[in-house]
Design a protein. Structure first.
Length: 563
């Protein structure tokens, strides 16, 4: 079945198509003609700036608000399909009738019969630049048609490909059954995957792998009870795709995933990229924009700077009237940032997120070029490195502010935990371009959050007090039941990110979500995490305590190695 709206490779072309379809009818007709003329000039081996494509289709310049310092380059091979899709969107918006066309037009099914090819082959031709239009037939139904001028232009340009496709003869029924039976025997008596079976049969039959795959796929869909590859034709559910993605991140080989999920390796990669794209499109990327981001050469300047690591600067040991845990004493070993280092880190942090947001606009919900996904993820990873460097150098600031707010219902370690979360949010909201020191802004942000949370904690205590004095004593000491390590373990974020991999996936997810260890998501409440996992808030709290107990045990070898 033909989809009503085509998919685009580039988001900006998709946005342009749906923007143009709101214009006057006569203008849309001219834009279709200009788009078809552009198809004739596109070389699939070259790249074209978006501004060039925009001008050729609209006969106007790109709006100033959509221009970038570095022009976005569009691959010719992908651009052919997108311009063809744009023509289809605009023609569909015009509600054209078959009688409105000024030249002969061939419906999709008739064209397939005329060239002796399948409609799937026609779909592949459309991605190579064969323009189609959707018109209303006398029976009231909308159908795809191809103008004679579009066909002449496409066949003249791809004469060899069209001839090869037209020369293909459909397989006789007996030969199709022979292929199906041989595939069933190979799959039943060997360890070959579905893709390997298709490759072997294609070699034996002298046919294309895609032809064999299509025959077996059509058979399995039509006869699920006698399917050659049971389950391989059904779409994976969201839960199955989530398991696939998690297994991939755990370094499971793609060949093993292909066997486990009964898919080809290419489809495994395609689903993984689809999930990565959806994750990138679904996350919020907030940053402080600066006009210098668009200056020529600024990207090269950022790339030439040393990536964040251990900053050089004076160190000091934290002082306290009470003995401090080892991880808090070690905060004094992290040097403070100089004004120049702080400016550089904040500039890199915001610029990387800005660039990631720009690249993300070219992502679609389905198929996307792997380099584009990897570049976007790499930029977000660089932003996280810069953010972590800023946080490490300001953790002692949190301790200093927390000590001034200690009270009967606000222990030091609980305050440090809350202050760390406030510090993370402050990094995201700080406007470095004003040239103020971050410590000034962070002090205000952390103190403001304490002013909100401490009165709330006192209010809750008055209304939900249980009378268990021993619990109050533990809370005042800043520890949980059994002396459990409190969430201030976040102060050793680098060490924690390594050790946390030793936890179970659910425990790791709860700690990561609650304390915002992943740049891609903000800290969540225990209630919100419970809702997403289908568990109660108290059950999430129990799992978190168990995970923190494990972390304490895992930290013991690291502490012993430090002495």
């Amino acid at each position: 079945m033909i989809q009503a709206m085509p998919r685009f490779n580039y988001v900006r072309l998709s946005q342009l198509a749906y923007q143009l379809r709101m214009g006057p009818k006569e203008l849309r007709r001219r834009e279709i003609e200009r788009a078809e003329a552009l198809l004739a000039d596109i070389d699939q081996a070259k790249e074209y700036p978006f501004e060039f494509v925009y001008h050729r289709i609209t006969a106007t310049q790109t709006p100033q608000s959509r221009r970038t310092a570095k022009p976005q380059m569009l691959a010719g091979g992908l651009l052919l399909g997108d311009v063809s899709a744009l023509i289809l969107v605009l023609s569909n918006s015009l509600s054209l009738k078959l009688a409105d066309l000024h030249e002969e037009a061939t419906p999709l099914e008739d064209l397939a019969g005329e060239y002796n090819v399948s409609t799937k082959t026609i779909s592949r031709w459309r991605k190579r630049g064969l323009a189609a239009r959707k018109v209303i037939f006398p029976d009231g139904r909308r159908r795809l048609v191809f103008l004679s001028s579009s066909l002449r232009r496409f066949t003249a340009r791809h004469e060899q490909m069209v001839s090869a496709s037209s020369g293909f003869q459909r397989l006789p029924t007996a030969q199709r059954e022979e292929i199906i039976n041989e595939a069933r025997e190979l799959h039943r008596h060997s360890t070959l995957s579905a893709h390997q079976v298709c490759v072997r049969l294609a070699h034996e039959q002298g046919r294309a792998v895609e032809t064999i795959r299509s025959i077996l796929h059509q058979h399995d869909q039509a006869h699920p009870a006698q399917a050659v590859f049971p389950g391989s034709t059904a779409r994976l559910s969201k839960e199955q795709k989530a398991k696939l993605f998690e297994a991939f991140h755990q370094r499971t080989p793609v060949a093993e995933l292909a066997k486990r999920f009964r898919r080809s390796r290419s489809s495994i990669y395609r689903m993984i990229n689809e999930i990565r794209s959806r994750n990138l499109l679904g996350q919020s990327i907030e940053y402080m924009y600066s006009p210098v981001f668009d200056l020529p050469g600024f990207a090269e300047q950022i790339a030439s700077e040393v990536r964040p690591g251990k900053a050089a600067g004076p160190t000091e040991e934290l002082q306290s009237e009470q003995p401090l845990p080892e991880y808090l004493r070690r905060l004094g070993e992290v040097p403070l940032l100089s004004p120049q280092e702080e400016l550089r880190l904040f500039r890199r942090y915001n610029y990387c997120k800005f660039q990631a947001d720009v690249l993300r606009r070219d992502l679609g919900p389905y198929q996307n070029p792997t380099p584009l996904i990897e570049k976007t993820e790499s930029l977000l990873s660089e932003a996280t490195e810069s953010k972590n460097a800023i946080i490490r150098s300001n953790l002692r600031l949190v301790v200093g502010i927390a000590k001034r707010h200690i009270g009967p219902q606000a222990g030091l370690f609980e305050l440090i935990s809350d202050g760390n979360i406030s510090l993370m949010r402050a990094v995201e909201k700080f406007d470095y371009s004003r040239r103020y020191r971050f410590s000034t802004y962070a002090t205000w942000a952390i103190s403001r959050d304490y002013a909100r949370t401490i009165p709330q904690a006192n209010y809750q205590l008055l209304h939900y007090i249980t009378g268990r004095a021993e619990m109050l004593d533990v809370a005042a000491d800043g520890r949980g039941e059994g002396g459990l390590l409190r969430p201030e373990v976040l102060a050793q974020k680098d060490l924690l990110l390594d050790i946390i991999q030793g936890l179970e996936p659910r425990e790791r997810h709860i700690l990561t979500a609650h304390f915002g260890l992943d740049e891609r998501q903000k800290p969540q409440s225990l209630e919100a995490i419970g809702t997403s996992l289908g568990l109660s808030k108290e059950r999430i709290r129990q799992i978190e305590h168990r995970a923190l107990r494990k972390l304490r045990q895992l930290l013991v070898p690291h502490k012993q190695n430090q002495h």
